[in-house]
Design a binder for this molecule. Structure first.
Ligand SMILES: [Zn+2]
Length: 220
């Protein structure tokens, strides 16, 4: 409990890192692989939020044209851009695009297809090049930019929201009323004690609540 209280204070500081959050979560909630790249870690946390709280998240930003603060709702799943073509045929073999958001290099091409590293190594130079170029043009991408019109001056605003602190904050968006409902649901449906709930971190509360609600829905 003492550790949690320290973290509770830490959470309010602007220097809590993604790794610290993932470390806490990895024991209980998610199968988290230490070899994840930075961008995969961000995606894991956003998906966790999408799954346990809501896939909508509100972003606040100041319009660069009129300086008014805008609230806009974004959908987390929209961050993942699907490839325009899902597979390519090279000499009668179909190569399907696999979900991977790493940086593409000559060495990791196999990670972007359902074929093994050995199979990719056996390709002729020319076929390798065809596959490489295809994957380069057709792979899953993450797009953290959001384009909208300012509600006040109607100018177009491009906002980037891949900031680590934004992602961490998105895990704990409790206003007073929803916090009350969260505690209520966790205590009455989740059979947690009020003491347990009070000692959870805000994002833990949200994630546990998501899991509790999912269980309730399954039981219905
Ligand atoms: Zn504006």
């Amino acid at each position: 409990m003492q550790e949690k209280n320290i973290l509770l204070k830490l959470e309010l500081q602007p220097n809590t890192t993604l790794d610290e959050v993932l470390d806490i979560l990895s024991d209980n909630i998610i199968g988290y692989d230490e070899s994840f790249s930075y961008i995969e870690k961000k995606l894991v946390l956003l998906m966790l939020r999408s799954y346990s709280i809501s896939e909508k998240v509100t972003i606040n930003f100041k319009c660069p044209h009129c300086n008014r603060v805008n609230d806009q709702s974004i959908t987390i799943n929209d961050i993942i851009k699907e490839p325009s073509q899902q597979s390519v045929d090279i000499k009668g073999v179909e190569y399907k695009v696999k979900f991977c958001v790493d940086e593409l290099t000559q060495e990791n091409l196999h990670a972007f297809t359902h074929h093994s590293e050995d199979e990719i190594d056996e390709l002729s130079n020319k076929d390798f090049e065809v596959l490489f170029n295809f994957i380069n043009d057709n792979r899953y991408m993450l797009d953290f930019t959001y384009v909208c019109k300012c509600f006040s001056c109607k100018e177009s605003v491009v906002q980037c929201f891949d900031d680590e602190q934004f992602i961490l904050k998105s895990l704990s968006e409790d206003d007073v009323m929803s916090l009350y409902n969260t505690v209520n649901d966790l205590v009455f449906h989740g059979r947690y004690s009020k003491y347990d709930v009070d000692n959870m971190l805000p994002f833990e509360r949200n994630i546990f609540l998501g899991l509790v609600l999912e269980t309730i829905n399954k039981l219905k």
